[in-house]
Design a protein around this ligand. Structure first.
Ligand code: ADP
Ligand code: MG
Length: 679
């Protein structure tokens, strides 16, 4: 069998391995491996004109070469050019071959930064090549590529050059490009790899040059095409339709102590309609903390069960999964259903009993963490998967989930609003429903910014709140660098508060606690047998204790805004007025001040996310948990919103009218690489 040759020219296995580290496995990848910056080697400067601080190239002859041993081993050259200017050159790392090379009288080009040295101007470790006056100068700027250990610029340049030897077809028709006012692909690529000496270097370096815009557009288009293709493929997939039968859902609704808000009603009917379709649902239910997503998800589970199917309800932490189980299982059981609970920390016998019930179809609803989909267990008739706090799951975990069983319907929930540009580019395959109003009767949480120097006042307030029958959270400072330090901090805070507030019953919960212990502490707090819960950010997600009306967050300036908003959402769950105290360490940086101001002024998660995006840029919002997503190399979601919109529109048209164009474009940009995930 003939194996496809990845490159059109000979590449040694060693070089291939290094290129692969850069994600380069074929010609097309080399073509798209674009320079980080460029160096101007087209001009020779006269030594007499050099100024300290500038980077320059000189053509000079070695007058003298000597090795000094003090203060450290150094090869020092004195070189002179035709202008009669003299320049010092120093190498701190050198080989005997260098000494041989720099014979007096030999002629070289040196490129480097000019410095004012002890004995006049000098260059330290310049790049150099043997050349005399007749050696031709390059006609264009010299590209400097991103590279990897052991792969020199010269080798990489040569490889790119060879890949560029063939003509480059444009994947997009000329009339489309005209309409978008974008240059051709080949022109853009060649310009970026080999800019002419008079190219607008500033525009190239800030990536505002039209050639960059063309590449950003192509990249976005490839992404949009593959997302749209995934979406179409999903629509062609068949799955079990789960139409509304109103047998369980109606009884459940009748039994609720409240009526659904209009927003819940609307999102619920969108989901109910999705479930009735013959292709799998992929819907993201967004709603601020406390907006009441759980009830809507419970209704979805019941519609699956009405049709004789099972539902899996998955949460990112054991605390949260258990809380869902505790809250929902009784009302499900009241409807005659059986629920199972599966967690990583369960005893083996319990777990296998639970799986047995699931496999036999005896349990209709299964609660758990991602352990649900990492184990060998199987479902008898899985119809729906609910993923709570979707943003907390890694992409890999979500993939594992999709591969399990025959494409069940999926409902994802998130309280972290995804800004529009991110939603358009990374989550374009999802349908989105938004719960945009909170249930009535909530008293908004009062937020106070307090300097840490007034910690004593805060302690007094905590004491007072707890002694008058309320409960409080104390959130420990976030130590991102080290889990060990984080644990230490939590324990120290707990010890300090225990001595400072001896009249209170205080508990501690953190991420390193054994799940059973964690649950015991949470249960005690929920039952009211603890007054104050000292916690790390493990309580950030979904924990629901309506009697807790005060939260203190230490070092609030270290936390992300989304995180602060989530934390704050843990109070204000009952009808009494709640307070969130953000303790900060003065003095605040300007950015920290701006961020705390946002959280102080707004209680609307979407507004907070929008402002946060403006402050920080979109990259960070995806967070490291999302790092499985292929990132954009050339496009910038802030800068290129117009291109993103154009790419989205064109992708739809392209797939419908010119599928061959779409295929060629995706192949060039994505090719072998993992197709952009459709999750
Ligand atoms: P989240 O969207 O953050 O997951 P939850 O589903 O936990 O919010 O709901 C928060 C609280 O609001 C719960 O105690 C829930 O019982 C209550 N709740 C949900 N919907 C309504 C409603 N329509 N009216 C009153 N309370 C509601
Ligand atoms: Mg929730």
């Amino acid at each position: 069998m003939k194996t496809a040759r990845p490159f059109s020219f000979p590449v040694s296995p060693a070089l291939a391995a290094k290129l692969a580290r850069l994600g380069i496995v074929r010609d097309a990848d080399l073509v798209l491996h674009l320079p980080l910056r460029w160096e101007d080697e087209t001009r020779i400067a006269s030594i007499r004109d050099l100024l300290p601080g500038e980077t320059a190239q000189v053509q000079a002859t070695v007058r003298d070469a000597r090795i000094a041993y003090r203060p450290r081993r150094t090869l020092t050259l004195t070189v002179e050019d035709a202008s009669g200017g003299v320049l010092g050159i120093r190498f701190l790392n050198f080989y005997p071959s260098h000494v041989k090379l720099f014979q007096p009288g030999a002629s070289f080009r040196f490129i480097g930064e000019v410095r004012g040295g002890f004995l006049g101007l000098e260059m330290v470790h310049p790049r150099f090549s043997k050349a005399d006056d007749d050696t031709p100068l390059p006609s264009g700027l010299t590209p400097v590529y991103p590279t990897t250990a052991g792969l020199g610029q010269a080798t990489l340049r040569k490889a790119v050059e060879r890949a560029l030897a063939a003509p480059l077809a444009d994947t997009l028709p000329a009339d489309w490009l005209d309409a978008l006012d974008l240059p051709g692909f080949e022109t853009s690529i060649r310009l970026l790899h080999e800019p002419p000496r008079d190219a607008a270097l500033a525009e190239l370096e800030t990536r505002r040059h039209p050639a960059w815009r063309r590449l950003a557009f192509d990249e976005l288009l490839a992404q949009q095409l593959s997302l749209a293709a995934a979406r179409n493929a999903r629509r062609r997939q068949r799955t079990q339709p789960l139409p509304a039968r109103h047998t369980l859902t109606r009884t459940f609704l009748d039994g609720l102590p409240f009526a659904l808000t209009a927003a819940q009603q609307r999102t619920w009917s969108e989901i109910a309609a999705d479930l009735a379709a013959t292709h799998p649902m992929r819907r993201l239910l967004q709603g601020d903390v406390g907006s009441g997503k759980t009830v809507v998800a419970a209704l979805a589970c019941l519609q699956a069960v009405e049709n004789g199917f099972q539902a899996a309800f998955m949460a990112p932490t054991e605390i949260l999964a258990e809380q869902h189980a505790k809250k929902l299982a009784p009302s499900f059981e009241a409807l005659g259903l059986h629920c199972a609970w599966i967690s990583g920390s369960q005893r083996k016998s319990q777990r296998s009993a639970a799986w047995e019930a699931v496999a036999a179809g005896k349990a209709e609803v299964v609660f758990g963490t991602h352990a649900l989909f990492q184990e060998g267990g199987c479902f008898s008739r899985l119809g729906l998967v609910v993923v709570d706090e979707q943003h907390r799951f890694g992409v890999g975990q979500r993939l594992a989930l999709v591969q399990k069983g025959s494409e069940p319907h999926q409902l994802m929930m998130s309280a972290t609003p995804i800004p529009r540009t991110l939603a358009m580019s990374f989550f374009a395959d999802l349908d989105v429903s938004v719960i945009d109003a909170l249930p009535p009767g909530r008293t908004p949480v009062l937020t106070k910014l307090v300097s840490a120097s007034r910690r004593d006042d805060v302690l007094a307030r905590v004491r007072e709140a707890c002694l008058s029958g309320g409960q409080a959270y104390w959130v420990c400072p976030l130590i991102e660098e080290s889990e060990k330090l984080q644990l230490q901090t939590a324990e120290d805070t707990f010890a300090t508060l225990t001595t400072q507030l001896p009249e209170l019953r205080i508990g501690l919960v953190h991420g390193r606690l054994k799940p059973a212990d964690k649950q015991a502490v949470m249960a005690a707090f929920k039952a009211g047998s603890l007054d104050l819960l000292v916690a790390t950010t493990v309580i950030e997600v979904g924990v629901d204790v309506p009697n807790a009306t005060l939260m203190v967050i230490e070092h609030a300036e270290r936390m992300g805004l989304a995180q602060l908003h989530q934390l704050r959402g843990r109070v204000g769950r009952g009808s009494r007025e709640s307070i969130c105290v953000l303790l900060y360490e003065a003095p605040l940086s300007e950015l920290a001040r701006a961020r705390l101001k946002i959280i102080f002024e707004s209680t609307d998660g979407f507004e907070i996310a929008r402002q946060d995006l403006q402050l920080r840029g979109p990259g960070e919002l995806l967070g490291h948990r999302q790092s499985g997503l292929p990132m954009l190399r050339f496009a910038d979601l802030e800068r290129d919103v117009d291109l993103l919109e154009a790419a989205r529109d064109l992708a739809r048209r392209c797939l419908a009218e010119r599928p061959a164009v779409a295929a060629a474009h995706v192949d060039r940009w994505i090719g072998h690489k993992q197709a952009l995930s459709s999750i």
